[in-house]
Design a protein around this ligand. Structure first.
Ligand code: TRP
Length: 411
């Protein structure tokens, strides 16, 4: 642990910009790239960030306490890292309350497949633990980082929220808010932001996020806005003034925000937020970068037609296959770099079928065209069904999720 301004910050020695640049992998909340075809080295990242691996012992305890098989995204190591997950399991064991917090930075009208991953996990955790959930839309973040006006970002936030609702979250247990809207309705959020901002120096955010002298001041203050929902008093209409534990499912690039939050928590009298981290969803071009909404050809959007999905996968999905059929048949393909296989790993729930596919492809029994065809068959209905449910989410439904109100806890 590093001492920054005499304050010990978890994992900060691991995470300075310089360190990031020395490595083959670059990971911060705004950019993820790797020099390797297999993508980011996650074991190294765990060390660098100072988080813990989700190991078999944790999975077994999880299954014992919830009485449920762990989600396939956990079993397959896609959610691979955590902080204080054991604390959350102990709370569950003791019948004590906690809540879930996740979010989305609205930067495009439509989500893509990769955006679904943390929400699939969040929904499953909400069902498994029967706990309230708050979802933050950081439209403010996108105004500060992108070429976007306030009005446009707020609109995108509403559109994205509809996609999130279409995933089936329970209205009685879910509160969705946009920062640019909510802050004016709930002074407690701003009060917590100021408490957090008073805990963190410029030196520290420079160390954690790599901010420099020419960054606009809004960026420097923003991390406190993403931290605040991890403190339950930000939502007095749900929690009153109780200081309740929180679990945050997120992609691991968001961890810097929550390292900062965990550092502030005890000083402000709050429990440290627990986290469960996912790996990145690869771009169609391969795992050297993640699927990005700002690069149309890198992503399968939830608004894509079956034809677009088919064309994108056939045309762009990076192949782990060999140059000729003969070579492929004799040497086999490499599923670790093959994007069609990676897409299946994220979305094909049937473990047996996935393993059969991996073996057949590795042995060369299955060709690139065939594994792509399977990926298209699995993903097309995911997108089509989403579109059907999305149509049902009217402005009125959305408004209900955004009303400041009490949420239901487990009995
Ligand atoms: N910064 C995140 C993004 O750009 C959005 C976000 C806000 C978030 N709060 C969160 C993500 C909590 C995970 C957990 O997408």
């Amino acid at each position: 642990m590093a001492e920054v301004d005499n304050i010990v910050v978890e994992g900060v020695d691991a995470m300075t910009l310089n360190d990031n640049e020395k490595d083959d992998d670059f990971v911060d909340p705004w950019n993820v790239t790797s020099q390797n075809d297999t993508g980011v080295d996650y074991d190294k990242l765990i060390k660098r960030f100072g988080s813990s691996k989700i190991d078999n012992e944790l999975i077994e305890r999880f299954e014992k306490i919830t009485g449920k098989k762990a989600h396939y995204l956990i079993r397959r190591g896609i959610f691979f890292s955590h902080r204080d997950m054991h604390t959350i399991l102990t709370l569950k064991e003791q019948g004590k309350p906690f809540y879930l917090y996740t979010g989305r930075g609205p930067s495009s009208d439509s989500l893509h497949l990769g955006h679904l991953i943390p929400f699939i996990m969040t929904k499953w955790l909400q069902e498994t633990f029967d706990v309230p959930l708050v979802i933050q839309l950081t439209d403010d973040e996108k105004v500060l980082w992108k070429d976007l006006k306030i009005e446009a970002a707020m609109k995108l936030a509403r559109e994205n929220a509809k996609d999130i609702i279409a995933m089936g979250f329970d209205l009685n247990k879910t509160f969705i808010f946009s920062n640019l809207d909510f802050m004016g309705k709930c002074p407690e959020m701003y009060q917590n932001i100021i408490r957090i901002q008073k805990c963190v120096t410029f030196n520290q955010v420079k160390g954690i996020f790599g901010f420099g002298d020419s960054d606009v001041i809004g960026k420097i203050g923003f991390p406190a806005a993403q931290a605040a929902p991890a403190f339950s008093t930000t939502f007095p209409f749900i929690f009153g003034n109780k200081k309740v534990h929180v679990l945050i499912p997120c992609a691991i690039d968001q961890d810097p925000y929550f390292r900062m939050t965990r550092d502030c928590a005890p000083r402000l009298g709050f429990p440290k937020p627990a986290l469960i981290h996912s790996a990145f969803f690869p771009a169609l071009q391969g795992a050297k970068s993640k699927m990005s909404a700002s690069d149309q050809n890198s992503a399968i959007f939830l608004t894509d037609t079956p034809k677009q999905i088919k064309n994108k996968i056939n045309k762009y999905a990076f192949s782990g296959g060999k140059a000729t059929v003969e070579e492929h048949r004799s040497q086999g393909g490499n599923p670790d770099v093959d994007v069609a296989y990676q897409l299946l790993k994220f979305f094909l729930e049937d473990d047996e079928k996935l393993e059969q596919t991996r073996l057949a492809y590795s042995k060369g029994e299955m060709l690139t065209g065939e594994i792509k065809k399977l990926a298209i068959e699995i993903l097309t209905p995911v997108v089509e069904e989403h579109q059907k449910r999305r149509k049902e989410v009217t402005d009125d439904v959305l408004d209900q999720f955004m009303v400041l109100r009490k949420l239901q806890f487990a009995a």
